[in-house]
Structures are given as structure tokens and as C-alpha cells.
Write a protein that binds this ligand. Structure first.
Ligand code: HT7
Ligand code: ZN
Length: 864
């Protein structure tokens, strides 16, 4: 497979001033006629990209058939040799969307037609300069059978519609905003919709519609509200107003990712937009609100200002994730949101950054761009933007973003353009900071301190390093904003330059920071709010961590102190298990948990986070060599010790505050449910029969999915397998008609950390509810299985063999999805030798097959 390099970027020789598309949709095939009005901008040839799903029937230049001598085909691209500086190109292609299982380009999802063009799907529809720096004005005519496809949608405004012969009809859509082809969308189907409106800050009324198939219409209201909240928030927080009179969202069942920000026609994976209290957990609602916001925010950060090339992907994704996380913080609990973001980053993104597919936030090469929609581009990219926000402060950051949107409106730009705006408004030099975009890997900060009582001086010594990553042996120092506070042993805080928190600019490999007027040796609160995506070492004692858990004024660091304490205790348990010894669980952890359980003033959602032990994935991420069994046993053991010791406390806190009346999705009741379910989980960890009764009772009485799932998940992850099977069957009986609920049921069973999970997963693949063509089903079973710790990492290697078989089976159908499913195998270097050999063998077996570019890139890089 060919590698594309950032250094080879050349601007396009031709612009496309406007494009008219006509889609004639029929059951057996669809024809697409496209008229491109092109104009020379630079020397060079006209390159049109094509794809295997678009059969080219005819190409004309200014109405004349293009002769064989007038072009050459290079791979799937057409290089048109002689073309006037201004011309109209006509391309006729034929597609078979019903056979397109890749879910890229034009395809069918249940009974509807839909498109997915990012990143390079438009070329599967017609020949086109399919690159984000070619922005054009699109007019789209759709013709289809009226009875089967009464709803015909595309980007922009509906300008014409009418009847045709043979029961067919048409609609014409015109989008006045220039856009790259990846933002093109079309939907045709028998859909119902709900409608509402939003009045923008300048007083324009925008019609909002949310379309689904009829069976899902009762699940649309929440997303509509989320959309309205997003529109308002973007006006208030960023001064960004919506720019058309119509905004449509469509829910589709078969979708490779969460959602897509096509101009004025967002297409969503139904799992990321449809919600109802009885079918959706609180986490599900929160996710939907965040994704609706994310796609809406792209209207400015991505659509009005887009990316010059795909290497700049994080320009729109990192910034938009940063914006959606600010939004979620404002809508709910800022502390909980930060804890969740950091948890995801430190478990999954750090692991990616330490693995064979590690890449910078701005990669400099790729084989298949779909493989680069990664946690690094999204989550680390958002952290990079967040660091700029921290360095500049909220006010200057807003000025920088205003300048960026104003200066580059209607253009396709780079990450440098974004950062330069931030430099201009602030006068700060961010040259060194740009290394966050170009160097991969997670930096490590090693901090030590010294206190000189005689002079009242306190020193923090900071040393930074970054491990080698593929293709980058040596790293230069990063510019790291290190937010610190200093606490005295009596719990008071030293004020640093008038504030409780000071942001230190760490720029050298080794640097000393000096604080004067320090009256006693302080306890440092470091990396407050997780001010940079780094690993931080400081030799905290357990007493200091217990102290910070109670006294730190930074909410994030209070939680973090608890996590560090738990980590230390879990790690010593892992060591003991490996040595075949029994070691008492440090009572300091029990005491700390008890204090949290006794603190009824603490926000319930935060309390639930503090009482959650670091995950097995996080323990694995922090291990030198991952001993899956020891990690699993250690965590189970510590949980059981805590549960037994604090059983009465967990019982007291469980339903101490009944959620008020019927289910409501708002802050305090979400927190109550989170804490109740956490307590229920610990109570069941005692393995006492009375806890099982509570589970049964909660399951039977629940009026919402959070509580049903809370009870079901607790028992499925417990040793009470008979009751688990009974409730699982009951659950399926109740929800078998609801695909999104069935997905939760599949995923729960596939994620069980146990030897028996493989057999269960094999049977789930044969279950009537499973469907290889639906990515949500595949993710629910294979994706969840890959995360099931000892379930997947069986000593006999059968989990690896099984996953390899499934990837080989899936790749010809859906390469993008198959390439995601390989991920757990790619981390083989982190495991003991025997497991390494088994994982490698599984990868080699995949590598020996004829593969898609997607899977080939991941497998070959992880074997290299
Ligand atoms: N910008 C969207 C990316 C996306 C995508 C990428 C590759 C293959 C399929 C895809 N579906 C959507 C999603 C987003 O970040 O908003
Ligand atoms: Zn996005």
C-alpha cells in the first residue's frame, strides 16, 4: 500500500467553482451525473479520484466525450492530461449501494439510502478532486421512487421538488456555502421526523428536524433539546451563530463511527442520537448530548473553516472535542467531566501513544487516513488545545478563536494557522509548543522538591523526558503548562502570585522553580486539573495522598490523590500475587473510602468517581509487563476487602437518598443513581445473599435503564452466574425488539472477565440478534470482548486466535471496522513472552491473508 506524506503536499491545480449532482436511485443500481465547473489555479494536472464502488460510464469535457488519449488512470485516480483552464466536466457513474457493505460512499442502511464521505468516501460516488482543500458550491438533485423513499435530503436549502413519471419524485437541494466533498451528504428513505426551532442571536429562525424510521420516533426528543442547547452555547461561549435556515439530523442504524457533521445534514449512528429513559443509561444520554454538540460545533470548527489536508485532521477534531468537553462541563459537573476525559486519555490514548501505531497529533504520513481517526487526533488533540487555553487564559483564547474564525472563514487551513492566531492575540511565542503537534509519545515529568527552612524557600525540580516512538527516536523538550498549588500541613494553601494555582512553564529538559516566603515544608499539588497530557512522578507518601484527598482545593487533584493511593496499594497487591504471597490491603485505603462514604456533602457523582478503583486497563497501562491475571485478581481482591470492611457504610449510602419520583435526566439524580449503583456493586462484591436480593429488587423495580443495567451488570460481573443467566434471559425477552438495548446486552456479556467468555462470545455470534453488517453489533461483541481482560487474554491463546479469525472474516465486508477490531492484538509487546508469541502468531496469520489497506497498515506496523 502506498504511503502519503505531508511533505509532498501540493495545492490543487484546479478549483471546482460549483458542482451539480443528479442521483437517480433505483433498486438494482443508481446513476450519478456530475457537472463540475473547474478553473485552473496552479500549474499541474487535473487529478480526479475514483473508487471501486463507482463504475465510470462516461466522462465529457465541455460536452465532448473524453478520448482515451486525453487521460490516464493511475490506480483508482484519473489524471486528465489536456484540459482548458476553465471547463465543465461531466462524469456519469453507476453504483450499487445495496451491495456496499463498507459503509463508505453511498450505501443502504435498512431501507434507506445514505452517504458517508469523510474522509475519502465521495470518490466512491463520482470522480472528483476528493481532497478537503477543494471547496465548492453543491447543487444536488435526487430522483427516487416516491412510495419507498418519500423523504429526499441533501445539504443546504430545498429549492425545488416535484413529481416524475412511474411513481417517482425529485428534490433539488442547494448549499450556498463552499465546502469540501467530505461534507457532502444525501439521504433517501421512508422516514418520520420531529420538528422544532431555534432563534439565533441575530434573530433568525432556524427550523430543526430530526429524522428516523417510524419505530424510533419516540426516542428523538432528547437529541433535539441537546441540539438547541448546543446552538445557544456556541453563541454564548464562542460567538458562533448558525448560518442556514434549516438544520437536519438523520439517525441511521449502520454507521462506522458515532456521527458525521455534513453541512446542515448531520448523519448519526442511531446509538448516538436515539434515547429514552427506559432504554438509555445516564452515560448514554450524556454521550448523546456530547456527540450532538460535537457535530453541531463542527459547523464552525471544521465546516466554515476546514482542513487543508488530512494531516491537519486534529485542527478540526481536537478543537471540536475541546469545545464539546467545555460544553459538557457547563451542562453538568465540570469535575466529573474532567475525571472522565482524563480517565479515557490515560487508559486508552496513553496506550495508543506507547504502541506500534503511535503518531503525532499532526501525523506526517499515512497509508489509510481512516486509520487516523484516533484517540491521539481527537483526545490528545483536545488536550493540546486545552493547554493553549491554559497558557493564554480564557479571554485571550476567545480572542484567538474569534480571529481564527474571522480570518479563515471559507478556507482550508492548517494547525499552524490556528496556533498563529493564538500567538497573535496573546503575544506569546508558541514555537516550542508546536512540538505537541509533531512529536508522538507521552512525556514523563519527574518532580522532586527541596525545602530550605532557613530562607523559607521551596524548590520544585522538574525533569521531562519522552519515550521513543516509531520513526522518532529522539524527542526535544515540550512546552508543558504545569499547574501547581502548595498546601501546608494544616490544610491552608499558600497563595502563589495572588492565586491558589500557578501555571509553571516547563520548557527545559531539567528545570528548577523557586518559591519564596514559604513558612513550612508544603505538600505540592501538582498538575492541577491535569493541565498537560503527561505522566507525572512525585514521591508522595500514602499519608500525603490521604491528606490531599481531603484538603486539596483542586477537585480534580482530590480525586487524583485517591487514585494514586489506590494505585500504590493495587500495585503492591499485584506484586504479592506474583510472588505467591498474601498481603494485607493497606487500611489507609479503607479509611480513605470510609471518609468519602461518610461525607454526605460531597457531590454524589464525584463520590462515585472517588470510590471507583483504577480500572484494570489503567493498571495495565502503568505496568512494565502486563500480567493480566495478577491485575485482575488484585483488583477483585481489593474490591472485596473494601466491600467487606465497609459493607454497612455501602448499605447506608445505597438508596440513602431515593431519586425524586420518576426518572429525570439532571445533575443530582444522575449522581444519586451513579452512587447507588456503585454501592450495589460493592455490596454484591461481598458475595452475600442479601446483596443478591437488593440486585433482584432494583432490577424488578427500575423505571430507567441506568438502574436496570446497574443491577444487571453487577450480577453479570459477579460469581452469581445462575441469577445472572436468569436476569439476562429476562432482559432479552423484554428488549429483543430494540436493537440498541440488545447491543448493551451483547456488550455486557462479551465484556465479562472470565475463561468462559470466549464460548459465550462464540454463541453470541450465532445469536439471532447478531448481524455482521451492522457495526454496532460487531463492536458490542468483538469490541467488548477485546476489552474483557482475562476473558480475551486466556493463557491458551484461544482468544487471540478467535479474534484473528473474526478480523479475517470481517475485512472484505467492512475494512474500516475490521481495522479497529485488530487493536487489542497490536499491543503484544506489553505482555509476557508466551502471550507475545501467541498474539504475534495471530497477527501473522492475519498478515498472510489478502488484506484491505486499512487492516494491512495496522497489522504491518504492529509487526514491524
Ligand atoms: N468527522 C467525523 C468523522 C467520521 C468518519 C471518519 C472515517 C470513517 C467514517 C466516519 N464517520 C464519521 C466524526 C466526527 O468527528 O465528528
Ligand atoms: Zn468530529
Amino acid at each position: 500500500a502506498k504511503t502519503v506524506y505531508l511533505k509532498d503536499y501540493q495545492p490543487p491545480a484546479f478549483s471546482v467553482e460549483s458542482v451539480e449532482l443528479t442521483f437517480s436511485l433505483f433498486e438494482e443500481q443508481c446513476q450519478v451525473r456530475s457537472n463540475l465547473h473547474i478553473k485552473r489555479q496552479h500549474p499541474g494536472q487535473l487529478v480526479l479520484n475514483g473508487g471501486q464502488h463507482a463504475e465510470v460510464l462516461r466522462v465529457e469535457v465541455n460536452g465532448e466525450l473524453l478520448h482515451e488519449s486525453g487521460y490516464r488512470v493511475s490506480g483508482e485516480d484519473w489524471v486528465i492530461e489536456a484540459v482548458p483552464d476553465e471547463a465543465t466536466l461531466t462524469v456519469l457513474t453507476q453504483l450499487q449501494p445495496q451491495n456496499n457493505t463498507t459503509l463508505e460512499g453511498l450505501y443502504k442502511s435498512s431501507s434507506m439510502y445514505c452517504t458517508q464521505c469523510e474522509a475519502e468516501g465521495f470518490r466512491q460516488i463520482t470522480l472528483y478532486p476528493d481532497r478537503p482543500d477543494v471547496m465548492s458550491v453543491f447543487t444536488t438533485r435526487i430522483e427516487a421512487d416516491k412510495a419507498l423513499y418519500p423523504v429526499l435530503l441533501s445539504n443546504g436549502n430545498l429549492v425545488e421538488q416535484g413529481e416524475l413519471e412511474n411513481g417517482r419524485h425529485f428534490a433539488v437541494w442547494h448549499d450556498p456555502f463552499r465546502k469540501p466533498s467530505y461534507l457532502f451528504a444525501l439521504v433517501a428513505g421512508d422516514l418520520q421526523h420531529i420538528e422544532d426551532s431555534f432563534t439565533t442571536m441575530s434573530g433568525r429562525a432556524v427550523t430543526l428536524r430530526l429524522y428516523t424510521e417510524a419505530r424510533n420516533i419516540s426516542k428523538t426528543e432528547f437529541a433535539m433539546g441537546a441540539l438547541q442547547r448546543s446552538m445557544k452555547w456556541d453563541e454564548e461561549a464562542y460567538g458562533r451563530e448558525y448560518d442556514l435556515d434549516l438544520f437536519n439530523i438523520v439517525a441511521v442504524d449502520d454507521f462506522n463511527m458515532g456521527a458525521m457533521e455534513n453541512k446542515s445534514l448531520n448523519i448519526f449512528n442511531s446509538s448516538c442520537v436515539l434515547a429514552r429513559a427506559d432504554t438509555t443509561t445516564d452515560a448514554g444520554f450524556q454521550r448523546i448530548e456530547a456527540i450532538v454538540a460535537h457535530e453541531y460545533f463542527h459547523n464552525w470548527s471544521g465546516n466554515r473553516v476546514t482542513c487543508r489536508d488530512w494531516f491537519q485532521l486534529s485542527l478540526k477534531e481536537g478543537f471540536t472535542v475541546f469545545r464539546d468537553s467545555q460544553f459538557s462541563s457547563d451542562m453538568g459537573s465540570a469535575a466529573v467531566k474532567r475525571i472522565e476525559d482524563v480517565t479515557l486519555l490515560r487508559t486508552a490514548q496513553f496506550a495508543e501513544d506507547a504502541g506500534p501505531t503511535s503518531h503525532p497529533v499532526r501525523p506526517d504520513n499515512y497509508m489509510e487516513i481512516s486509520n487516523f481517526y484516533t484517540l491521539t487526533i481527537y483526545e490528545k488533540g483536545a488536550e493540546v488545545v486545552r493547554m493553549i487555553h491554559t497558557l493564554l487564559g480564557a479571554e485571550l483564547f476567545r480572542q484567538g478563536s474569534d480571529l481564527y474564525f474571522e480570518r479563515f472563514d471559507g478556507q482550508a487551513v492548517t494547525c499552524d494557522d490556528f496556533v498563529r492566531c493564538m500567538e497573535e492575540v496573546s503575544g506569546r511565542d508558541l514555537t516550542q509548543f508546536m512540538r505537541w503537534y509533531t512529536q508522538a509519545g507521552t512525556p514523563r515529568l519527574q518532580v522532586t522538591d527541596e525545602y530550605d527552612a532557613a530562607t523559607g524557600t521551596y524548590y520544585l525540580d522538574v525533569r521531562q523526558s519522552c519515550p521513543a516512538t516509531p520513526g522518532q527516536e529522539q524527542k526535544l523538550p515540550f512546552h508543558i503548562p504545569l499547574a501547581v498549588g502548595l498546601l501546608y500541613p494544616d490544610g491552608t494553601e499558600h497563595h502563589l502570585q495572588g492565586d491558589s494555582t500557578l501555571v509553571l512553564d516547563v520548557t527545559e529538559a531539567e528545570q528548577r522553580f523557586m518559591f519564596k516566603g514559604i513558612t513550612q515544608r508544603p505538600i505540592p499539588s501538582l498538575l492541577r486539573g491535569f493541565s498537560a497530557p503527561v505522566k507525572l512522578d512525585y514521591p508522595y507518601s500514602r499519608e500525603e495522598l490521604s491528606f490531599l484527598m481531603s484538603h486539596d482545593t483542586d477537585g480534580f487533584n482530590r480525586w487524583e490523590a485517591g487514585q494514586r493511593l489506590a494505585m500504590a496499594i493495587l500495585q503492591e497487591q499485584i506484586g504479592a500475587i506474583q510472588a505467591g504471597e498474601e498481603l494485607e490491603v493497606d487500611p489507609a485505603l479503607i479509611a480513605a473510602f470510609e471518609r468519602v462514604l461518610d461525607d454526605t456533602d460531597l457531590d454524589y457523582a464525584v463520590a462515585a468517581k472517588v470510590l471507583t478503583l483504577p480500572s484494570e486497563a489503567y493498571l495495565a497501562e502503568n505496568a512494565q509487563v502486563i500480567d493480566v491475571e495478577a491485575i485482575h485478581q488484585a483488583r477483585r481482591r481489593v474490591r472485596k476487602v473494601l466491600a467487606d470492611a465497609l459493607c454497612a457504610r455501602f448499605r447506608e449510602r445505597y438508596h440513602a437518598t431515593e431519586p425524586d419520583g420518576v426518572y429525570a435526566f439532571h445533575g443530582s439524580s444522575i449522581g444519586q443513581r451513579a452512587l447507588n449503583n456503585l454501592c450495589l456493586g460493592y455490596l454484591l462484591a461481598t458475595e452475600r445473599e442479601e446483596a443478591l436480593e437488593l440486585v433482584r429488587q432494583q432490577y424488578a423495580e427500575a423505571d430507567n435503564m441506568t438502574d436496570s443495567m446497574g443491577a444487571l451488570a453487577a450480577v453479570v460481573h459477579s460469581p452469581f452466574t445462575t441469577v445472572a443467566d436468569e436476569l439476562l434471559e429476562q432482559f432479552y425477552g423484554r428488549w429483543s425488539e430494540d436493537a440498541l438495548v440488545v447491543n448493551q446486552w451483547l456488550s455486557l456479556q462479551a465484556s465479562v472477565a472470565g475463561e468462559g467468555t470466549l464460548a459465550k462470545v462464540q454463541s453470541l455470534l450465532q445469536h439471532a440478534a447478531f448481524d455482521w453488517r451492522n457495526p454496532n453489533k460487531v463492536r458490542s461483541v468483538l469490541g467488548a470482548y477485546g476489552q474483557s481482560s482475562v476473558g480475551f487474554h486466556r493463557a491458551d491463546g484461544a482468544g487471540y486466535e478467535f479474534l484473528a479469525d473474526q478480523v479475517i472474516h470481517l475485512d472484505p465486508m467492512n475494512p474500516q471496522l475490521a481495522s479497529r477490531m485488530v487493536t487489542p492484538l497490536t499491543r503484544w509487546r506489553r505482555y509476557p513472552a508466551a502471550r507475545q508469541a501467541q498474539m504475534r502468531a495471530a497477527l501473522e496469520r492475519i498478515a498472510a491473508q489478502p488484506l484491505s489497506k486499512d487492516v494491512y497498515e495496522i497489522v504491518s506496523k504492529s509487526l514491524a
